[in-house]
Design a protein around this ligand. Structure first.
Ligand code: TLP
Length: 353
């Protein structure tokens, strides 16, 4: 790394494709995927379904499209969807859940992202002329806004039991489900077996340039394929997106462990800085959330000073900074980032140094 290189910790979405991925794109066998004739897409979809222990899969353009397609394919307009109050679908998807899917989100608070089954049970009201019909429960794994926290197979099963008892479907926003599986050291199927359907992203820690995959029963995926079409997501020679996805599934999952190690290293380093606090219990995968309220400076100033020192980050909430580790961030970058944060803290709040 040159001394001028920027350490970009804004998100794992900033990862660039590997050389092997670029080669695979160049040589991908292509066809028209709207006719189901792109062999590379078909291969990726089959691999994804097998990996998740489900019948079928569908390549889509983004995590947001995956969630929207899944919401619409699991429900009818006017129905109620129970989700966690900090869920990505609720916070960051431009309100598509209501504006496009026509659903009523019913957010439930939780300390670390895992819904309490008793809260879910209580939220499912009896069928009544006044109430919207409840249709779907959503979990997010790992949980982004809670700091990349992991939801365990037992926690998912407990929600699934409630869903089944009330005839509701269970969906998982598994944008980073492989991070959860790697952190728990379990096969990803342990995390998917209790949900009816899910999505995962290729373009985050797995390093692909584009794409997410929706996975579920054959019937659900047939419906999702049509929903994707109405949303303008029918792609033609989409094998150029699927080709790196195949490499991601074959080769990029196990290395997520490195990202987790680096996140922990980063968090432990940041925790020692005066004026900054980190809850280390929440650092379970590749994200670090830390509180800079002790520095007494505006968030914009903190981020811009950090940028001056060669490190990029995002705010997760007021005074709460988010950093995400990913391929391309090595131990030396973590050390440099810690030093940069320390320098900024000292510059902005010299009295604390
Ligand atoms: N999350 C992005 C931003 O939108 C915040 C990030 O940098 O973390 N579900 C979850 C849990 C996500 O974290 C994201 C992306 C999505 C869905 C949406 O994926 P994209 O960005 O591909 O639409």
């Amino acid at each position: 790394m040159s001394t001028k290189e920027v350490i970009d910790l804004r998100s794992d979405t900033v990862t660039l494709p590997t050389e092997e991925m670029l080669e695979a794109i160049r040589h991908a066998e292509l066809g028209d995927d709207v006719f189901g004739e792109d062999p590379t897409v078909n291969r990726l979809e089959e691999m994804a379904a097998a990996k998740m222990g489900k019948e079928a899969a569908l390549l889509v353009t983004s995590g947001t499209q995956a969630n929207l397609v899944s919401l619409m394919s699991n429900t009818r307009r006017g129905e109620l969807v129970i989700l966690e109050a900090e869920a990505h679908m609720y916070w960051y998807e431009v309100g598509g859940i209501s504006a496009i899917a026509g659903l009523l989100p019913w957010p439930l608070k939780s300390p670390l992202g895992a819904l309490d089954p008793r809260d879910v049970e209580a939220a499912i009201r009896p069928r009544n002329i006044h109430f919207p019909e409840p249709a779907l429960i959503c979990v997010e794994n790992t949980h982004n806004r809670h700091g990349g926290t992991v939801i365990t197979p037992n926690q998912i099963k407990a929600i699934s039991d409630v869903a089944k008892a009330h005839g509701l479907k269970l969906y998982m926003d598994g944008a980073r489900v492989f991070n959860a599986a790697v952190a728990l050291k379990v096969d990803v199927k342990e995390l998917t077996k209790h949900v009816d359907n899910l999505m995962f992203c290729l373009s985050k820690g797995l390093s692909c340039p584009v794409g997410s995959v929706v996975v579920g029963t054959r019937e659900f995926i047939d419906k999702a394929r049509k929903t994707r079409k109405v949303l303008g997501g029918g792609m033609r020679q989409a094998g150029i997106i699927a080709a790196p996805g195949i490499i991601a599934l074959e080769k990029m999952i196990d290395r997520l462990e490195e990202d987790h190690r680096n996140a922990r290293r980063l968090a432990v380093g940041i925790a020692k800085i005066e004026g900054i606090s980190v809850n280390l219990d929440v650092v379970q995968t590749n994200m670090v959330l830390f509180d800079v309220s002790g520095l007494g400076v505006a968030d914009e100033l903190f981020l811009s000073e950090l940028k001056e020192n060669g490190v990029l980050a995002l705010m997760n909430a007021k005074n709460k900074v988010r950093m995400v580790t990913h391929r391309g961030i090595e131990e030396e970058h973590v050390e440099k980032a810690i030093t940069a944060i320390e320098n900024v803290a000292n510059e902005l709040s010299p009295s604390l140094a």
